[in-house]
Ligand binder design. Structure first.
Ligand code: ADP
Ligand code: MG
Length: 708
């Protein structure tokens, strides 16, 4: 072991190199470099900080404090292991060996939250964990500039830093000449790949309601192009500062960025919840509770009154079904998608915000809020104005492997409408714009809320007719709930007292806090969750990580029987009650139901629970005029039953048959009378054809014409 110099804490550079050489040799990295260099196109060797710490704790510490010189030393040492013949080969091509040493797995104590990075961290080696929010296109950056003196044509090499281009201070050829003038020789200069990105704090770490903060980071060389928006990563690197570019005068306030040395891509979803043995014990015990479904459901948004069935389904959504890969390699999603359509003031927004805080990787966004990335992802011009493009993740990509809560989804922008479809169907988002092509993962469950088309529910129309969403999107939801704000004296009284109680408890807590007095635990179970928030999060994460239920024979039989029955009964009438999509939804709900109990087996009870939910759902969206279910109302996404649709098409056909001339109202009435369509109904149908489908219009003379 080479000793430190005892005076001061600065390790001499050649000492650093020697210690690295010793470490690389002992750890076997040296032999690795010697035997593999040139056989792969790898430009880096990766070492774990833990290993360095085992061999040479002083070097390991020194690295965290003085990363710039210590990493440079590491690279010098690593390059020394490259076999001489390989170096000759490089030299012949005018290159020098430049192995990068990438250091990962640094101590947890040096893992810093974005929001906590301060001046004290400047020029230190830290780890930052989070989600990639956006990535800018990879670009070349001038690394070693070769200048030519305009006077004596002497060449000067200048190693460049990241932000500003450095010119030579003196020409070694003409020496003290005052009039320095150089020309950059781009052909002979060396460029390296560089990429800028932003990392955002992951939602798990945030306290309720906090906005995630972001940090700019730069990647270089072989690190570029490796990560994409939505990836969950740990970036290890050096904190550096650059002057704010606010004015022309050199500013004294600096912006901080991370000069990334290595990336660890996180594969696991919920590792943020390090579960202790006691946690696991508590969870397993809780899962055995005979009342567990109600307990979990009632722990969801306890301040929101009622909505028992909704909360039950939301509970299942948290746990989720199991993602499967079919033999032909198509993926069947396990994520459950839920849509809440409701009158204003029915606590939709409140529920979504609540869920986004307790769901794994929960992201809340409003369809209305126009962020650059929209709800899915987008290529947008980089805000530095350098003409580059940034690939930026929206809510659904950031919520990959978690849950996206999208409020007012009916008000989303038109760009989002098309990309939402891909996100819901394939669970990916593709971007192809300005030379950026990427497919990002969006494997999230979606909880969406919408208001009825005209603000309030129209009781003369079906629910689906009043959802202002493209039909293909509507049909991707496993369950749709309608929340109507109907006055009901008894329920209203209970709702009022619930809201009042919540508010009084909150006021009391506020009062106690202000007075600094001891806060009594509140024992009222109607507003205090049966399962503590933190515990529930851990429970969900444990279940999703460890439990993958499969159907038992009896459960499969029951599903099969239900499906066949539903199809048979209604096929007699020429309508279809449920389709394969609903069967998949039933399976997902059953899986979630088993998971909630931490059971590897889906039993009859789980299936009955999901059938109950499905029946309720069909009742909401597919109850046709004659009281039977007609899934066409839902499956076509139009909300129109087959009988009604037949009538619409019949009337439309008559109008179309009339050709360019059109038809008068009277004639149309005469022709539709035999079809058992009365005058009032005809007016209604005409209205629909005109306003909702724009298939027909009435000209100035009152003739009804088809639009094509
Ligand atoms: P929406 O998004 O459906 O229009 P909000 O979530 O904004 O409705 O709710 C409006 C207000 O009414 C919220 O403050 C909410 O707490 C309250 N509220 C509505 N319904 C309930 C309920 N069932 N229980 C408790 N509070 C409710
Ligand atoms: Mg709202």
């Amino acid at each position: 072991m080479y000793p430190f110099r005892s005076d001061g804490d600065d390790m001499k550079y050649d000492m650093i190199v020697k210690r690295w050489e010793a470490f690389l040799r002992e750890a076997g990295v040296g032999t690795y470099i010697t035997s593999t260099f040139g056989t792969t196109d790898k430009q880096s060797v990766v070492v774990s900080h833990r290993d360095i710490n085992l061999h040479d704790p002083e070097l390991a510490d020194h690295l965290l404090e003085n990363p710039t010189s210590v990493i440079r030393g590491a690279e010098r040492a690593a390059n020394a292991f490259i076999p001489p013949d390989e170096i000759e080969l490089l030299k012949a091509r005018g290159l020098k060996p430049e192995l990068n040493v990438r250091i990962k797995e640094i101590p947890m104590t040096d893992r810093i939250e974005v929001r906590s990075i301060r001046a004290a961290h400047l020029n230190r080696y830290i780890a930052v964990k989070g989600l990639i929010k956006n990535t800018v296109q990879v670009r070349p950056r001038l690394h070693i500039a070769v200048y030519e003196c305009l006077k004596c044509t002497e060449k000067v090499r200048v190693i460049q830093e990241r932000m500003v281009q450095k010119e030579p201070l003196q020409c070694p050829g003409c020496r003290k000449d005052q009039s320095l003038a150089f020309r950059l020789l781009t052909d002979e200069s060396v460029f390296i790949d560089t990429q800028k990105l932003e990392i955002q704090e992951s939602p798990e770490g945030l306290k309720g309601g906090e906005q995630p903060q972001r940090l700019t980071a730069y990647l270089e060389k072989d690190l570029t192009g490796q990560v994409f928006p939505g990836n969950k990563v740990i970036l290890n690197g050096t904190v550096r500062a650059t002057p704010s570019r606010a004015s022309r005068v050199q500013s004294t306030t600096y912006n901080i960025y991370l000069d990334v040395n290595s990336i660890e891509i996180e594969e696991h979803d919920f590792e943020d919840y390090e579960l202790t043995a006691e946690d696991e014990e508590e969870i397993i015990l809780l899962a055995k509770d005979s009342n567990i479904y109600d307990k979990v459901a009632s722990s969801i948004a306890p301040t929101i009154y009622g909505m028992e069935l909704e909360k039950n389904v939301l509970a299942l959504q948290l746990f989720g079904g199991v993602m499967k890969t079919a033999p032909d390699n198509t993926k069947i999603r396990g994520d459950i998608h839920i849509l809440l359509v409701g009158d204003p003031g029915t606590a939709k927004s409140q529920l979504l915000r609540y869920i986004s805080r307790m769901a794994p990787r929960g992201i809340y966004a409003s369809g209305q809020a126009a962020t650059r990335a929209g709800l899915t992802a987008a290529a947008v011009p980089d805000d530095t104005g350098e003409g580059r493009w940034t690939l930026e993740a929206g809510a659904l990509v950031l919520a990959d492997k978690g849950m996206a809560c999208i409020d007012e989804i009916d008000k989303m922008r038109s760009e989002d409408r098309s990309s939402m479809h891909e996100a819901m169907a394939q669970q990916t988002v593709s971007v192809a714009k300005a030379g950026i092509t990427a497919t990002l993962q969006a494997r999230c469950s979606l909880l969406a809320a919408a208001n009825p088309q005209h603000g309030r529910f129209d009781k003369f129309k079906t629910i689906i007719e009043q959802i202002n969403l493209p039909p293909p999107l509507i049909t991707r939801f496993d369950v749709i709930f309608s929340l109507m704000d109907k006055p009901d004296a008894e329920k209203d009284g209970e709702l009022a007292s619930h809201i009042l109680k919540t508010s009084m408890v909150a006021e009391q807590m506020q009062h106690d806090r202000a007075k600094g007095s001891h806060i009594e635990p509140i024992a009222d179970e109607t507003i205090v969750p049966a399962i503590d928030h933190e515990l529930l999060k851990k429970y969900v994460s444990y279940a999703r990580r460890n439990v993958f239920p499969v159907l038992t024979q009896s459960a499969a039989e029951r599903l099969n029987e239900y499906f066949v029955d539903m199809r048979r009964v209604y096929s007699i009438e020429g309508t279809v009650a449920i389709t394969a999509r609903q069967l998949e939804a039933l399976i997902r709900l059953s899986e979630a139901s088993a998971r909630l109990r931490l059971s590897e087996k889906i039993v009859l009870d789980d299936v009955e629970r999901s059938i109950h939910i499905m029946e309720n759902f069909l009742h909401t969206v597919a109850l046709s005029e004659d009281g039977s279910y007609d899934i066409d109302m839902y499956a076509t996404g139009t909300g129109i039953s087959k009988t009604k649709r037949d009538r619409l098409t019949n009337v439309l056909q008559i109008i179309r048959n009339a050709g360019a001339e059109g038809i008068t109202r009277d004639d149309l009435r005469n022709e539709t009378a035999p079809l058992d369509i009365n005058e009032e109904e005809l007016e209604y149908i005409l209205n629909q054809l005109r306003e909702e489908y724009s298939n027909v219009y009435i000209d100035q003379t009152g003739r009804i014409k088809s639009t094509r």
